[in-house]
Design a protein around this ligand. Sequence first.
Ligand code: ZN
Ligand code: ZN
Length: 368
Amino acid sequence: MINLHILGGFQEYGRNCFLIEHEETDTRIMLDCGVQNGQPEVYPPLTPEIAQSLDAVFLSHVHNDHIGALPLLADMGYEGAVWLSQASFAQLDPIQQHWKQKNSAPYQITAADKLRFTPFSPESKGQSIVLSEHLSFEWGHSGHMLGSVWYIFRIGEESLFYSGDMVLDSITFQTEPPAQSAFQLAIIDSGHGGQVTSRTTSEQTLLKALNDSEVSYQIPVSLSGKACDLILTIYKQLPGRRLFLDQAVRNHLADCLSYAANLNIGMKERLENLLRDERVTILTTDHASEAGIYFTANKICGTKFIPVDSAAHPELFYKAHPDQKDVEKLLQSIQAERLVFFHSKPQDFSKLIAYMPKELTLNGGVYK
Ligand SMILES: [Zn+2]
Ligand SMILES: [Zn+2]
């Protein structure tokens, strides 16, 4: 029997951290090791006993709510491998720098140096990677951001699906369905499961909100698949307009080209064109001196703010996780004796459970 200990991420948007235990084979793995974003960040309840008993850690992608607690895990004595995709691995440098500069960290800053990141190659996609007699895994792209993956684990005689953060219809990034469909346990991202939000409608509303070519607009973005989608869409749909990208966002788009196997068909060329185009420039000040569309998380003075993340502006909301319809679609190809929906706020989780057809969720019971 696979035992699941949820250390964060259930009825919670952030702090994703799951401990998987298989007593028969004495196997213990951790899926993601994140913090709840905010001031202060909230850490999962890790202990030295947990850290020192793990056989392996697997990361779905490099967002803070999936990896931010890794230095604490190392500080508590974890010395094993931290598996992740090569594209995720390539993005770690600035993150590790940030860990070492954190004043408020609940770990010694040198702990970050102890982490033994172990990337798997793009060529290993869909293949079984055997770690021991009792443990093997397989991965595929999950469409959420550069390097994001889902996992299938085989532990003893049982199998487990972990979606990580997933986007089924990203414009930029590929999502592959898992080849296997029946699992003992499936842990599925339902981040936007409390709503139905169409990508086409969000796009149309957004383009309408950006209608004045004399105005400076700011779209707040972090390094994410959502940022790539928004930039590529606006670049294509508003051909006369100037786009200003902050340096980190610009670098991130260039990184995407280095891992083109992550991208949907045609997106490599679209990204190359965008990065070559004179109307796309690097943002150098915090003041909007020219009309155009500014992509950065930092406040730019003199712009009209377009809130693509805000619950207060559902019409402009642009999804980065499965909504109700996406979860339903996922469950048509993934059957599990036990299902766990994670990454949802409590009110979204309740709405999702109330909405889901019982035959899809109750083959063994939904973890509540
Ligand atoms: Zn994420
Ligand atoms: Zn997340």
